[in-house]
Design a protein around this ligand. Structure first.
Ligand SMILES: [Zn+2]
Ligand SMILES: [Zn+2]
Ligand SMILES: [Zn+2]
Length: 150
């Protein structure tokens, strides 16, 4: 995953920032948890072991910076906090999310049939769409099974 670090280093440099240890360890968490959608508190918990001097405020600030640099993306899952995930820059288009209303679990959907819908909306609304961002709310398998037992 050396190339992802190069992306971070280059982007920091472009904006006149340095690759500090704090920024590095926080970015590390995302490289080690590519499928996760982490809140600042969760990132803090993971970083604390390796880097006990770090404070939650620093984590907040660093996440904001990484989001500005577009190396991570901020997503709001309506669960009362902002979450962040690694932006691998392989595709401009962000995948879609399935959000469980019971346990808060977030999973990702790769299937995307929305291009047709975009075309239709563009024709009917006189609006040029450049992207979309979709969240599906419902119940994950294990929550759904629990619900049907009750
Ligand atoms: Zn669930
Ligand atoms: Zn995601
Ligand atoms: Zn899509």
């Amino acid at each position: 995953m050396g190339s992802l670090f190069e992306v971070l280093r280059t982007k920091l440099k472009e904006k006149g920032y340095k690759l500090t240890t704090q920024r590095r360890v926080i970015y590390d968490v995302f490289i080690e948890n590519t499928d996760s959608h982490l809140s600042p508190e969760e990132v803090y918990e993971m970083v604390k072991d390796k880097y006990p001097e770090i404070g939650l405020a620093t984590v907040y600030r660093t996440l904001q910076l990484l989001d500005e640099l577009e190396v991570v993306s901020k997503i709001n899952f309506n669960d009362g906090c902002n979450r962040y995930e690694l932006n691998t820059n392989t595709d401009d288009h962000q995948h879609h999310h399935l959000i469980c209303l019971e346990c808060g679990n977030v999973s990702e959907v790769e299937i995307d049939l929305l291009d047709n819908l975009e075309e239709k909306i563009e024709m009917e609304s006189d609006f040029r769409i450049i992207d979309h961002n979709v969240k599906f709310f419902g119940y994950c398998k294990s929550c759904d099974e629990k619900k049907s037992i009750q």
